[in-house]
Write a protein that binds this ligand. Structure first.
Ligand SMILES: NC(=O)c1ccc[n+]([C@@H]2O[C@H](COP(=O)([O-])OP(=O)(O)OC[C@H]3O[C@@H](n4cnc5c(N)ncnc54)[C@H](O)[C@@H]3O)[C@@H](O)[C@H]2O)c1
Length: 458
């Protein structure tokens, strides 16, 4: 099929590349010309494991193209996927301006093109416009209206939320747990099913449903995952207050099959470009419909407080916020999670900002997110070439992202490099016993702090 992906971000570029890899003829369109230039020079604008190679192979085979030419991209497509951003606006509502701008462009291009001629072949039936961006229920209808405002020609709508995870995006798209497709008519459902069939050969389901339900599935899924994170963080905080250990509690609790052990790790709270904005969008959907989403309001609040609670531990160690002034703090991990260069809504950014506000010098290190971090933090922090280099002369280390390379560091070298052997671990990477033996002052989440006796007495 001839497919156009609108937006070459984490979703559009990955899904477009994977669709090309199953033999489709894919054009990736973006209004950001710098991204298109990079892609046409064989460079991916995002970090995603395995993506560069897949792009190169499919581009070389002539199945994957990149352009900023909207008219050509829209007119040539049988299926157009809208994959542009839907960030929160200043009130927490999903901002649909990029989605609706794309819809207007699509309407104009359909109007200027030959249009559907009718008949049995897919091509004659008219284009399918698929909303893949995460959007509030009712957005498909708005997209349809924006297209219809610009053309009277026939087209079809579908909702197809995306569930890929950054860092594992290619595998997630190629082997989805499920594919959700919302449609108004059987013919569009069949065309969409045909497109996805190669990805569900192992028997995972394709769910065809009405459009509002498909839109809601995505929000419900992300809201559930965010809830699990806030839940375990709340339990971790109670553990700290009452001298329990979240690792033990987690083990005991998660062995109950009804609960399971996925997505129940305490830490700095969720970040990234999806959970924060999607929880806020659900809350705002509740407000707009007089159906308050009280649980999700709490999920959001717990998440925001988690960063502050962690910062409070750092403040306390240094005798109050003022005590941080002039200190050198190493930060390991800036990406919101391992496997990605995405720093949007990353807890690290909040913590680094608070450290800078208190007058600290921050030396950050991230295996892949330095470039994206520079776009946000510029030269307000120093960037170390590797994890060990970040520690030189540091008064403390703050671990923000659980990258694999931070899991087994050379603790002797770390201790020798640091001015004081102090670790604030926002990801619970290290064993308490090990920290005790190595003589670190060690604070983590929901576990007992490790403070060597000599320090306790002083
Ligand atoms: N990032 C994820 O892990 C993920 C996972 C599932 C769903 N989603 C959802 O998918 C959507 C896209 O997310 P993303 O992270 O890929 O966004 P992104 O910000 O990485 O990419 C969006 C791209 O769209 C381009 N764009 C904006 N307006 C355009 C227009 N009119 N025409 C062409 N291009 C345009 C931008 O230049 C940008 O390159 C969001 O709704 C998000 O919630 C994201």
């Amino acid at each position: 099929m001839r497919i156009t992906m609108v937006g070459t971000g984490y979703v559009g570029l990955v899904t477009g590349t994977c669709l090309a890899n199953t033999g489709n003829d894919v054009t990736c369109l973006d209004v950001d010309k710098a991204k298109i230039d990079k892609l046409n020079n064989g460079v991916s604008p995002i970090y995603e494991p395995g993506l560069d190679d897949l792009i190169r192979r499919n581009a070389a085979a002539g199945r994957l193209k990149f352009t900023s030419d909207k008219v050509q991209a829209y007119q040539s497509a049988e299926i157009v996927f809208i994959c542009v951003g839907t960030p929160s606006d200043d009130k927490g509502h999903a901002d649909l301006k990029y989605v609706l701008a794309a819809a207007t462009d699509i309407g104009k291009a359909i109007e200027a093109g030959p249009g559907a001629t009718g008949g049995d072949t897919d091509e004659r039936r008219g284009k399918i416009v698929v909303v893949k961006s995460t959007v509030p229920v009712g957005t498909n209808a708005k997209v349809r209206a924006a297209i219809e405002a610009n053309t009277a020609k026939t087209f079809y709508m579908a909702s197809n939320p995306e569930f890929l995870k950054e860092g594992a995006a290619i595998n997630d798209f190629n082997k989805p747990d499920r594919v959700v497709i919302g449609v108004n008519d059987e013919g569009t459902g069949n065309r969409m099913r045909n497109l996805y069939e190669p990805f569900v050969r192992q028997g995972n389901p394709i769910f065809l449903m009405d459009i509002p339900s498909a839109e809601m599935v995505k929000y419900a899924s992300n809201a559930m995952l965010a809830t699990k994170i806030s839940f375990i963080n709340e339990i971790a905080n109670l553990c700290e207050s009452y001298g329990a250990d979240i690792d033990e509690v987690r083990r005991g609790m998660c062995s109950d099959k009804r609960i399971g052990n996925q997505f129940l790790y305490p830490g700095l709270g969720y970040g990234g470009s999806c959970f924060p904005k999607d929880v806020l969008a659900c809350i705002s959907m509740g407000e707009l419909s007089d159906t308050p989403a009280r649980l999700l309001e709490a999920v959001h609040e717990v998440n925001q407080r988690q960063r502050d609670a962690f910062m409070a531990k750092i403040d306390k160690h240094f005798g109050g916020a003022a005590g941080i002034s002039g200190k050198k703090i190493a930060v390991w991990g800036i990406a919101f999670k391992p496997g990605t260069d995405d720093v949007r809504e990353a807890p690290s950014i909040t913590l680094i900002q608070q450290l800078l506000d208190r007058g600290a010098t921050v030396v950050g290190y991230d295996p892949v997110a330095e470039e994206t971090a520079r776009e946000v933090l510029a030269d307000r922090i120093e960037y170390a070439k590797d994890a060990q280099a970040a520690l030189a002369g540091a008064d403390a280390l703050v671990v923000c992202t659980d990258w694999g390379e931070f899991k087994y560091p050379d603790f002797d070298a770390a201790k020798a490099a640091m001015k004081s052997p102090v670790i604030f671990d926002g990801r619970n990477l290290y064993r308490l016993e090990q920290m005790r033996e190595m003589g670190f002052i060690y604070h983590s989440v929901g576990r007992h702090p490790v403070v060597p006796e000599a320090v306790q007495q002083s």
